[in-house]
Design a protein around this ligand. Structure first.
Ligand SMILES: [Zn+2]
Length: 783
């Protein structure tokens, strides 16, 4: 995408230019398809940088204040919150706390019959309360504790926290989910002023975002209000679609967010919020696999392109020994972390010269915080050791420079909450520098580039995904180069030793598009890891060549199994297109007297330039010529035509049959069925019968009476496979013959049959002949 790239650079240059106001290119000049492509390649931030932010309407559309909020509620309107957690006077240092509603991706309205228990500090279980049946928990109506509802009439409600002096452009977002409590709703109170809601009182999120902003991590907080048991999404879903939720908040028209766009997102959750996060993991996994997302259009999804970090405060419940799911929250969390670790590894291997900058600026961040008595300790400790310890102890990681290993490890931390810091206050208890757990987690995040605040394009704006940066000798480049070298270069060139009949461009395309092909992507990552484990030099090149062979085998197999690919594609692209598009008539087979029988012959000859014939019944590779065929020789042939192992009723020259059985098993391992077609004489055809048949059918082809089938050296293979159906072993209609070039059995034989001594007959895609070098010399000397 050179155009978009150029514009990005233009934008950066303009905005960095002294005294020049940033003039974003008009949206009209960029087609949506290009924006979407750029978004895919470079992320939301690049798109935001590119198109700039449209001027916000001066009239706010946002619903300020929460539904049901009393006049003295902290949720009645926006307030400045100071470092002490108090309402500030105009001009005081602090962050803005803005209660908003109308978020489509959140839970709307009030929840009928909403109940809660004493996991919320505003609810006290009476000492004399006893369950009336086993397992019953103490419950009260949430409406008895707070007069505020979960959502507004038109959508979800949230607290948005905005630091003062926020720079324009993309801003980082902390997206935090509460546990099994009334959330940020104002608790009912007696006389006097109400106590602040839990985000200020217990979690101290405002205070810590203020500190973070002053320390160089300016970010906004989005705190969705959920129902008591951490239900945040529409329809009572536990999780939310984070991207949609964040976009909704930025779309509310808050003047405090004027000129900003969503930047990197860190997902955070406390206690019961962890289950919703596991549902987001499941949703994103389903989406990536092209499966239905649980919850449908409003289903729970993790942040996507700018997902920066995950903070989990006592939010991994269940038992890690159980199957992943509601009874084991660690399973999905570890799934997600492994994905991020694997992504990190692929980025580290893609450019060894930029490993440290990658880890400091872009690598994923995880912080798990657990309390000693909070019920998650065992899961967190299992996550730390053996899971994370195990990952950082693998050979692939150990092959990285020690400083890189250290930096990487520092991005994934599991820590106890600190001395005396109990579950309810674990996010923000103020007990000194070592007990501000959210702030400590934020300080693990990459700092926004300083240049960004000054208006220059953010470091992430470069469309890095378009072509992964590589340099000479990187495992990535070595692998691609080695694999491409195994393909055929240019028109009609031969297969390189140990290589493939696929074109070099086919191999290159498959590897560069591997993000769309899970099997290739996975094998590539494995290969990359193996190559990277070998020190640079001759050893690494050898390792790359070895790994490349495996990758090429996989690409070959995908070609074989793909019904849309034809062996005609092994011709030069213009010829492949010519024959694929050719409109055949029924009798267009050589000798069948159709109007294009010459063209049919020409196509067959072109195919024999891809893989040459080695015919056993004609010069220069003959096992037997007609002029040398004596009755004694026919008798010898008949005596040596024996049963083919695994092909009931079929006979071939013994060596040919043994080779056929081996070949059939190899193809089977590849998922391809190689099988002698079910009709008479698709294998050995005794000479006398062949002669009689030829006379009867007045065959025009001179060799028909002297066929390789009469030598026991030919097999007609079944071409139909699965949904691909063909008329078998027939020369009419010609379109059927041409279409057989896409049969897996034909393609497998073309690409892999030679290793077993089998060669094609250009005219007939189903007819294969056994005649490896040396056979003519030894044929009549068999035991
Ligand atoms: Zn045949």
């Amino acid at each position: 995408m050179p155009l978009a790239h150029a514009r990005l650079k233009d934008g950066a240059a303009q905005s960095a230019g002294r005294g020049l106001a940033f003039q974003p290119p008009s949206r009209d000049r960029l087609p949506m398809s290009m924006l979407l492509q750029l978004q895919r390649l470079a992320g939301n931030r690049a798109v935001a940088d590119l198109i700039g932010t449209p001027p916000r309407a001066s009239v706010q559309r946002v619903t300020l204040g929460w539904q049901g909020a009393d006049d003295d509620s902290w949720n009645k309107g926006a307030e400045t919150i100071t470092a002490e957690g108090k309402k500030g006077a105009p001009g005081d240092e602090g962050v803005l706390r803005i209660p908003v509603g109308g978020i489509a991706a959140g839970q709307a309205g009030s929840v009928k019959g909403e109940e809660g228990g004493d996991s919320d500090p505003n609810i006290h279980q009476p000492k004399d309360w006893k369950p009336s049946k086993p397992g019953e928990k103490y419950r009260v109506a949430v409406s008895s504790v707070t007069g505020e509802s979960v959502g507004s009439k038109d959508g979800g409600q949230a607290i948005v926290i905005v630091p003062q002096g926020l720079a324009r452009g993309p801003v980082d977002v902390l997206f935090h989910l509460h546990g099994h409590t009334i959330g940020y709703r104002q608790a009912k109170h007696g006389k006097g002023k109400p106590a602040p809601p839990r985000d200020i009182l217990y979690d101290r999120i405002e205070q810590q975002l203020l500190a973070a902003s002053k320390a160089g991590w300016p970010m906004i907080g989005i705190l969705p209000q959920g129902a008591f048991f951490s239900q945040f999404g529409p329809g009572g879903q536990l999780g939310v679609n984070v991207d949609a939720y964040v976009n909704d908040v930025f779309g509310l028209g808050l003047k405090e967010l004027g000129g900003t766009t969503p930047g990197r997102v860190t997902l955070s959750g406390w206690s019961g919020a962890g289950l919703g996060i596991t549902q987001m993991v499941a949703g994103s996994k389903a989406k990536a696999a092209g499966e239905k997302i649980p919850g449908g259009a409003t289903g729970s999804l993790l942040p996507t392109s700018d997902f920066e970090g995950l903070f989990l405060f006592d939010a991994i419940y269940g038992n890690y020994k159980k199957p992943p799911g509601p009874k084991n929250w660690l399973g999905p969390v570890w799934d997600l972390l492994q994905q991020r670790l694997e992504h990190d590894l692929s980025q580290l291997l893609a450019d060894p010269s930029k490993q440290e900058p990658y880890l400091s600026d872009k690598g994923f961040r995880f912080r798990g915080i657990y309390t000693e008595r909070g019920g998650c300790k065992e899961n967190y400790e299992h996550l730390r050791d053996p899971l994370l310890e195990g990952w950082f102890g693998t050979a692939a990681v150990k092959a990285l420079p020690p400083t890189v290993q250290q930096s990487w490890r520092a991005n994934y931390q599991v820590q106890p909450s600190g001395k005396g810091v109990v579950h309810n206050v674990m996010i923000g208890k103020q007990g000194g520098a070592d007990q501000e757990n959210l702030l400590k987690a934020i300080e693990m995040l990459p700092k926004p580039a300083a240049a960004h605040a000054a208006g220059a394009a953010h470091g992430r704006a470069a469309p890095a995904g378009a072509s992964a940066p590589t340099h000479n000798g990187s495992p990535d480049e070595l692998l691609v180069a080695s694999a491409v070298a195994l393909g055929r270069a240019g028109k009609g060139s031969a297969r390189p030793a140990g290589g493939t009949l696929l074109h070099q461009e086919d191999v290159r395309t498959a590897l560069t598009n591997r993000s769309k092909n899970a099997a290739v992507a996975e094998q590539f990552l494995k290969a990359q890891t193996m190559v990277a484990a070998v020190p640079e030099g001759a050893g690494r090149i050898a390792a790359a060549q070895q790994q490349a062979a495996g990758l090429v085998r996989l690409i070959e197999l995908q070609f074989i199994l793909d019904p849309s690919r034809s062996a005609l594609d092994l011709l030069p692209p213009d010829r492949a297109k010519h024959w694929r598009d050719f409109a055949w008539e029924k009798g267009d087979y050589p000798g069948n007297e159709g109007p294009h029988q010459d063209e049919a012959g020409a196509m067959a000859r072109e195919m024999t330039t891809v893989r040459a014939e080695r015919r056993p019944n004609s010069e220069p590779t003959a096992v037997l010529l007609k002029k040398d065929a004596t009755p004694e020789r026919w008798q010898y042939i008949d005596e040596h035509a024996v049963a083919v192992p695994g092909e009931p009723g079929k006979r071939l020259y013994e060596e040919a049959g043994e080779s056929f059985a081996k070949m059939r098993e190899a193809a089977k391992a590849d998922g391809v069925k190689i099988h002698i077609a079910e009709s008479r004489y698709t294998d050995y055809r005794p000479h006398a019968i062949a002669e009689a048949m030829a006379k009867k059918r007045k065959q025009r082809i001179a060799q028909a009476a002297f066929s390789s089938h009469s030598l026991g050296l030919a097999a007609d293979l079944q071409m139909s496979a699965g949904k691909q159906k063909f008329l078998e072993t027939t020369t009419t209609p010609m379109q059927n013959v041409a279409d057989m070039r896409s049969a897996p059995a034909h393609k497998w034989m073309m690409l892999r049959g030679e290793a077993y001594g089998w060669y094609p007959y250009g005219n007939e895609p189903w007819h294969w002949e056994y005649n490896p070098p040396g056979l003519p010399e030894r044929f009549f000397n068999a035991a």
